[in-house]
Design a protein around this ligand. Structure first.
Ligand SMILES: NC(=O)c1ccc[n+]([C@@H]2O[C@H](COP(=O)([O-])OP(=O)(O)OC[C@H]3O[C@@H](n4cnc5c(N)ncnc54)[C@H](O)[C@@H]3O)[C@@H](O)[C@H]2O)c1
Length: 192
């Protein structure tokens, strides 16, 4: 059977989560060597699990160094993890500046740092593929009527983060295209 990701070394962040576990499974089915990176994992290289808090700068740098040391290359990265604060989901009027700042830092800045470090290796190899997981809320404005039944909302920072991630994807794909590196974004609708 032809397996199109055979022996590709792929880091998937948030691999223990709702969407991440399916990304991991699909990459494995297609023959990849997957490093499933999640704050809820215990590191076990044989099982393809790596425990890491992606909001911690030093941990991100260590992760990339260790993966490269073990496999000698990094072919793919899926930025899927979803770190957020405990007050995530607060109504717009109730969001503190500190909470807004923290979520941008946790969700967007960590993608920048991990991606930047992985791209060092992809650029050397002159090949690679990065997939960012965005959201429909980075593409369109919210329909707030859908939350009326249960009194929920969609966090304001989410739109800023995912909109930013989508255009960051465009920036990277333009910048790194000449090195044969593809950067794409998938923007799912809601699931739970
Ligand atoms: N589920 C949806 O409806 C939906 C819709 C659109 C987009 N998305 C996007 O898909 C991605 C995955 O969402 P999900 O619904 O699977 O979320 P989830 O909460 O089920 O999974 C996220 C994973 O990220 C991990 N994580 C959180 N903080 C971390 C940290 N600091 N370091 C390392 N790992 C950490 C969690 O442990 C978890 O396994 C997110 O980027 C989300 O924005 C989800």
């Amino acid at each position: 059977m032809f397996r199109r990701l055979k022996d590709k070394v792929i880091i998937v962040t948030g691999g223990a989560g709702l969407i991440g576990q399916h990304i991991v499974d699909k990459c494995l089915q297609d023959g990849a060597i997957v490093i499933d990176v999640d704050i809820n994992n215990k590191t076990n290289w044989e099982a393809g699990k790596y425990g890491c808090d992606l909001t911690d700068k030093d941990s991100i740098i260590k992760l990339v160094e260790e993966v490269f040391k073990k496999y000698g290359k990094i072919d793919g990265l899926v930025n899927n993890a979803y770190p957020r604060t405990f007050d995530w989901g607060a109504k717009f009027e109730d969001i503190s500046y500190e909470s807004w700042q923290k979520n941008i830092d946790m969700q967007l800045n960590c993608v920048f740092l991990l991606t930047q470090h992985v791209l060092v290796h992809m650029k050397q190899e002159k090949q690679g593929s990065i997939v960012n997981i965005g959201s429909i809320y980075g593409v369109v404005g919210n329909d707030f009527t859908i939350y009326e039944d249960y009194g929920g909302t969609s966090p304001a920072a989410y739109s800023a983060i995912k909109g930013g991630l989508i255009n960051f994807t465009r920036y990277l794909s333009s910048y790194f295209g000449k090195y044969n590196i593809r950067v794409n974004c998938v923007s799912p609708g809601g699931n739970n």
